[in-house]
Design a protein around this ligand. Structure first.
Ligand SMILES: Cc1ncc(COP(=O)(O)O)c(C=O)c1O
Ligand SMILES: N[C@@H](CCOP(=O)(O)O)C(=O)O
Length: 469
């Protein structure tokens, strides 16, 4: 399997190299040159497999021999063995055809663990084999950061720098990052928003002189391996609901468009998904595209669902690539123009094509709270604000009541007490045992201005186990 850039100019890579990459050298994102497509018989035969066994079946074609099967199986067994729930991703029925796929039973209580527990182990495996040290830079609006730190903290060959927007993540999210105290773990709070953090990470891939020859690796969903791992749970949920003989719909709380893009790929690999709903908070650039073909930058607003306070959605470019017949030059032109004008639209027929599969809804903070309250009264379940946005969109936008509708439960409500309290739920949600002393732990974090050169100089001063590169 070769991986090519969405902008058509960077060299094609194999799985091992794409794992160790971030943005492609032409500024694009890597995607598989062609997708594996599974038959109905093949998918049917996976029914009843344990999560790690299914993960092997779905991901094997992407890894394509770069990691021997026996080693990859062992890595997957270890990865999903650390999840707290026996079924790893339990599917909970709220009513009739309404389901929540609980993706928050990993160590950091959000869906990011599915990919980042794996990514950490894959990096460890590949870097040990190569005897190479790398620097990781990641941007987070709250969840990727802790999942990446947790996934990589035991990697000997990694120094990890996580940028989060100062005072714009929840306290639990911040502490999950800043209380992990290794000399290769570096938390930076940027005086800006998530897009500023993400832009700095991307700019660092474009000009790596400050790294003095050390390789830079991404943990955000610009890294293909992140998307690959997120495809699996669509198969896992759909198989339990009668696929591949029955179609299923998904509603996905969306920010960087990574999670829902994984669902789109699952469909293209043979899973009968008849609808994908893009559920956003008031930072609704994706909803404005899906509902009116306007992908136009706006101001970023803090919300009760801070992990989705994202304006420019990295993975949207991967969808644009497919929409434009996988023509890298066309995508490069669109993205260049977007950089200049902050606006992007596609030709009508391409947009109509997108709308055959995708619907969307933007949900306000008040509606988010209303949904948390409503679902609690109906079922006793407390949804986190991101999942609540997905649930509201599922209820408002579903095309068929006869088909199962699965909302991705992307985070545990204990991470967002403010929203739960605002929804009028007095019940105290307890942190799980491994985090019970979270509020007593020492924190370590450096606050930096929204300034790329300061950040890069910090990385080069601390990039070798806390010492200069
Ligand atoms: C809890 C939660 N829900 C949803 C999202 C949105 O996912 P994506 O960025 O893949 O669209 C994020 C962050 O990305 C998140 O942390
Ligand atoms: N919501 C994310 C933002 C980064 O998204 P990613 O999927 O590209 O890593 C977060 O919680 O950090």
């Amino acid at each position: 399997m070769r991986y090519i850039s969405t902008r058509g100019k960077a060299p094609a890579l194999n799985f091992e190299d794409v794992l160790l990459a971030g943005l492609a050298s032409d500024g694009g994102l890597y995607v598989p040159e062609s997708l594996p497509r599974f038959t109905v018989e093949e998918i049917s035969s996976w029914s009843g497999l344990a999560y790690h066994e299914l993960a092997f079946k779905v991901m094997r074609p992407f890894v394509d021999g770069c990691i021997p099967d026996a080693d990859f199986k062992k890595i997957l067994e270890e990865t999903y063995g650390v999840f707290a729930h026996q079924s790893v991703a339990p599917l909970r029925q709220l009513a009739g055809n309404e389901w929540v796929l609980e993706l928050f039973h990993g160590p950091t209580l959000a869906f990011k663990d599915f990919a980042l527990q794996l990514l950490g182990r894959l990096l460890d495996y590949v870097l040990a084999k190569r005897n190479e040290r790398v620097v990781i830079m990641g941007a987070t609006s709250g969840d990727t950061g802790s999942a990446a730190i947790e996934g990589c903290r035991r990697c000997d060959n990694v120094d990890i720098f996580i940028l989060h927007p100062h005072n714009r993540v929840s306290e639990v999210q911040r502490r999950q990052m800043t209380t992990i105290l290794g000399d290769n773990i570096h938390n930076i709070a940027i005086e800006g928003n998530f897009d500023d953090c993400q832009e700095m990470v991307k700019a660092s891939f474009a000009d790596q002189a400050f790294l003095k020859g050390t390789r830079l690796v991404a943990v955000n969903s610009i890294n293909w391996a992140r998307i690959m791992a997120q495809i699996v749970y669509y198969f896992y949920a759909a198989l339990q609901l009668g696929s591949p003989l029955r179609s299923v719909a998904f509603s996905v709380p969306t920010g960087n468009f990574g999670d829902i893009f994984a669902g789109y790929l699952a469909r293209n690999m043979g899973l009968p998904i008849n609808q994908l709903i893009v559920a956003t908070n008031r930072n609704d650039i994706l909803h404005r595209f899906m509902s009116g073909n306007h992908y136009d930058k706006d101001q970023l607003h803090p919300s009760l669902s801070p992990s989705m306070d994202i304006m420019v959605s990295s993975n949207f470019e991967r969808l644009l690539f497919d929409l434009h017949g996988r023509n890298g030059q066309l995508v490069a032109e669109l993205m260049d123009n977007f950089k200049k004008t902050g606006k992007l639209s596609v030709e009508d027929d391409r947009w109509t094509e997108t709308r055959k599969l995708f619907d969307s809804l933007a949900v306000s903070d008040a509606e988010t709270c209303e949904t948390i309250t409503q679902v609690f009264k109906q079922s006793g379940e407390i949804l986190d604000p991101h999942t609540a946005i997905g649930m509201r969109a599922a209820r408002m936008c579903r095309r068929s009541l006869a088909l199962p509708m699965v909302t991705l439960g992307t985070a545990h409500p204990v991470k967002f007490p403010e929203a739960v309290e605002k929804a009028g739920i007095a019940k105290n949600i307890e942190l799980p045992a491994h985090l019970v002393d979270l509020f007593k732990r020492e924190e370590r974090c450096t606050v930096l201005a929204n300034d790329l050169s300061q950040v890069q100089s910090f990385v080069s001063q601390h990039g070798n186990r806390g010492k200069p590169l």
